[in-house]
Design a protein around this ligand. Sequence first.
Ligand SMILES: [Zn+2]
Ligand SMILES: [Zn+2]
Length: 215
Amino acid sequence: MNVSAKAEEILEALWIAVEEQGENAAHLSTLGVGPDDEALAELQRRTFVEVRGDRVYLRKEGRPEARMTVRRHRLAERLMMDIFDVKGGAGNAKACELEHLLHEGVGTKICTLLNHPTTCPHGNPIPPGKCCEDAKRHGEVGVVALTELKPGQTGEIAYLSTDEPKKMQKLMSMGVLPGTALVLNQTFPSYIFKVGHSQFAVDQDLAREIFVRKT
Ligand SMILES: [Zn+2]
Ligand SMILES: [Zn+2]
């Protein structure tokens, strides 16, 4: 059973204090909770944390959950920034909503989509998942811009970046959609690729905004 959103926030703050700032515990005030907090009680019941006085300790039973929570949060931040192009405060608020939705499977897909990032947009480390270790072992490149492909190579469209929404909408209306297979035929003077039976020519700027998963 998943812990509540509030409990996740506590675990996250606790992980940062203990793992990244070298504290051995966090004060209740740092975590923003009172001694009778419901979410804190939930974490104690699950033996994830131990409360002594006004200090909260992360128990070894709680470490995997805390680590995954931090990972989800920072992946969500990357997703907001890199894919949805939402920055600043709005991005952070959205990332907080999103992180609770990134259960294990979804998190792995997003991590792969983002090419297993090692840091969040603030430069904080993203604890690696199994997908990151596998990718490293297999030298997998994940998702790259169309400009990284060589003529004759194939890929599956992962996503379209949105810097030129008008042009993108036009491409999408013609069938250039995430999930579809593509073959790159030519890179000069323009990028020519085939999706199904249709052929498309785009300039380099636009080709940079079409992201594909190499196949
Ligand atoms: Zn961050
Ligand atoms: Zn990964």
